[in-house]
Every structure is written in C-alpha cells, then in structure tokens.
Ligand binder design. Structure first.
Ligand SMILES: Cc1ncc(COP(=O)(O)O)c(C=O)c1O
Length: 395
C-alpha cells in the first residue's frame, strides 16, 4: 500500500459522529463554523487488523470483567523492543484509562499536597491543570527558543529545582507542542540533574511512535542502560499512534518496586479501572499488524507538514515554523507577521480555523498556533489557503 492508497482506504470524515474535535467546537471556540485542526486525534480509521479484532470480540457478545492476556504483553513488548530497543517486564506494567488520568495518580504517588512539580513550557496544557487540580505547586522552566528550535535551559531547570524544592518533573518526549525528539545527550543530562536533586520524573512518551524526521527515539527507560529507571515512571499508549483515544487504554511502566507499591495503593483508593477490554483488543492487533499503516500515516504527516511550511513561508518568509522531528503537531510562530495578541482572533474569526493557541501551553506561546497534521491533505490545503488569506488581509 502506498500513501495515496492509505488516504483512500483509511481517510475518514468525522463530523456528525460526536467527535470532540469536529462536533464540539462551540464549547472551546464559541462558534461551530470552523475547520478543526486542534485536538490530538486523527482523521484516519484504525488499521484493518485492529478493526477486525474488535469486530470479532464484539461478535462474541459478552463484556464482563476482563484481565490483560499474556498475548497483549507479548505484542506490546515486542513492539517496544523491535522498534526502540526498550526492555520491559510484566511486573513493571500497570494500565489506566488515559495518560492524563495516570498522570494524576502518579502525582499523588510521587508527591505530597503543596509540593512542587516542574514542567518545561510551552507544554501540553493538561500537565499544568493536573498539577494544580491535585493541589501541588506548579513550577515552570521555559524551553529556550532559537529561531523555532527549542532546547532545555539546564541551568534554569537546576536553579529552580533547588530554589523551589521541586519533587517531580513531568517531561514530554517527544515534546508536544514544539516537536522535538530529544537527543540521548539531552535526556541523559536532564535525568542526571533530576537524580542529583532528588527529583522524580514522569516520562510521557505517548507520542513516541510518531517520529516524523530522521531522528531516533530513545526512551528515558533506556538511558545509560537503565541507570535512571528507578527514578522515573514512563507512561504511553497506542492511542495517538493508531487513533484510539476513546478506547481508553494506556500503560504505566514502573520499574521501581517501592514506587509500584505506593501507586497501587493510590489507584486502589480511587478504585480506578485498569485499562479497557476493547482498548486492549484493538491495541494488541495494531501492535502486531500496524507497522505498514503507521509508516504510511507518517508519510502523510510529513507531506502535510511540508505543504503548510512551504506555502506559508513562500508568502511570508518571516513566519517561523519549528521542525517536526516528532508528534503530528505543527508549531508555528505567527507572532512574526501578526500582532501576538491578535493571532487568536484572526485565525479563529477570519481564517475560520480551530487550532490550539500557543498561550494555552504557557505564556511564552502567545502568538503561536499548534496545528494537527494527522488529517487528510484536503483539510490541510483548505487550512493553509484560509490562513494565508487571513494574514494577507491584515498586512
Ligand atoms: C503529551 C500528551 N500526553 C497525554 C495526552 C492525552 O492522553 P490521554 O487521552 O490518554 O489522556 C496527550 C494528548 O494530546 C498528549 O499530547
């Protein structure tokens, strides 16, 4: 199957299906006549093998309480090992109904009320929300932006960890929204700083299958052959990769037995469900048979990204676009051509696009937009044309 065949077979219209992205625009944007490129899910159907596995399971007809089968571990472990060299063990594994739900339980596992938790902004905004909702103190270190390429400010991170007595870092790898796939040396450095300052780490690796450029993804679990494994918890899911967010299944990987024991007590107190039957059925099949599907989607994302970048910059060369090393989320600095405070109004009310606005990810994001490239090219082409027209009208 090539890219065009992939789009023809898997591309799908979602309006009218109770999609949060397509059918609930008014709540977030105050109007419903927008082309949505916001929420991080896709306009692609799941791989055929995953759909068949779901159909077969549904055909059975009974949906009582269920457990995680051996075959699930086997499929997930093999995916992680063969693609990224990640070694996993069954006793490390816990399951949740969403990464953000797991983040909340992990915050309560790894910190006490009022203790300080750090994030590196701009970053996926539910990180901030879940820290504050759990009555922890939010500490921010801003990434350094060098013409669209973002790096960690290690000096600032370490100084703030000491000053604020930070206990936990929630780290995004690859990083939503700036598209970085962190180098091994960067991961080593941040893990070393955390270790030396007794700061635990949550590595949110939900986007790790979405490697769009030539970089290699390394899990924090494997840095220095697992040297920092006991100081961190990794969370991920196939939900972004295969468009299965509403199937409510994710992994919480805890190598450290003491952390595991506390986590188990926390989720027992919440009576949290441990994954989801249909999520596991679909994800297992996708891990076994989804390689080609994923390779094709990545090609579509790459082309969509290049299309937007080339067309925007052909008209407005000063617009800064961050490289899309990983994730399917494009990060664009419109503040280079428009007054930062007016970006939201122009994009929403003139271009009629629903995107994630940069300041949602932290103050440093004002003037930026995040656009989701995991969609059919037709949507990307319409969005690009609308954006260009709206910017031209302002200039
Ligand atoms: C970094 C990151 N973590 C978590 C999530 C959401 O995961 P879930 O739907 O499993 O809560 C997203 C979704 O965009 C994300 O970008």
């Amino acid at each position: 199957m090539n890219k065009e065949e992939f789009i023809a077979e898997y591309g799908v219209k979602r309006k009218g299906t109770n999609s949060a992205k397509w059918d609930d625009l008014t709540t977030q944007f105050g109007r419903d006549d927008l082309l949505p490129l916001w929420v991080a899910d896709t306009e692609f159907k799941i791989p055929q093998a995953a759909k068949k596995a779901l159909n077969d399971r549904i055909e059975h007809g009974a949906f009582g309480y269920s457990r995680t089968p051996k075959s699930y571990y086997e499929a997930y472990f093999n995916w992680q090992k063969s693609r990224y060299g990640i070694e996993l063990h069954e006793e490390w594994m816990r399951f949740g109904t969403g990464v953000v739900q797991s983040l909340s339980a992990l915050i309560r596992t790894l910190t006490l009320p009022k203790e300080a938790v750090m994030v590196l902004q701009p970053v996926y905004y539910p990180f901030m929300q879940v820290i504050q909702d759990n009555d922890r103190k939010l500490v921010v270190s801003n990434l350094k932006n060098d013409n669209g390429r973002y790096e960690m400010d290690f000096e600032d991170i370490e100084a703030k960890m000491k000053e604020e007595n930070v206990k936990l870092l929630i780290f995004c790898s690859p990083h939503n929204p700036v598209g970085r796939v962190w180098d091994e040396a960067e991961l080593e450095r941040i893990l070393e700083i955390c270790h030396d300052n007794q700061v635990r780490v949550i590595a949110d690796e939900i986007h790790h299958d979405l490697i769009i450029g030539d970089k290699k993804f390394t899990s924090m679990l494997e840095i220095k052959d697992g040297l920092y494994r006991d100081n961190l918890v990794m969370v991920d899911s196939a939900s972004k990769t295969f468009n299965m967010a509403a199937l409510l299944n994710n992994h919480v990987v805890i190598a450290n037995p003491q952390i595991r024991d506390i986590y188990d007590e926390v989720v027992a107190a919440d009576a949290s469900p441990s994954g989801s039957l249909l999520g596991m059925v679909a994800m297992e099949a996708a891990y076994r048979h989804g390689d080609e599907w994923l390779d094709n989607m990545i090609e579509v994302i790459k082309d969509n990204f290049n299309y937007v970048k080339e067309n925007l910059q052909a008209k407005f060369p000063e617009i800064e676009v961050s490289d899309l090393e990983g994730t399917y989320l494009m990060w664009i600095n419109l503040g280079k051509v428009l007054p930062k405070e007016k970006v939201e109004k122009i994009v929403k009310d003139h271009a009629k696009l629903a995107v994630d606005f940069g300041d949602w990810f932290g103050q440093a994001g004002l003037g930026f937009i995040r656009m989701n490239m995991a969609t059919v090219p037709e949507n990307v082409e319409k969005a690009t044309a609308a954006l260009i027209t709206a910017i031209e009208a302002e200039k």
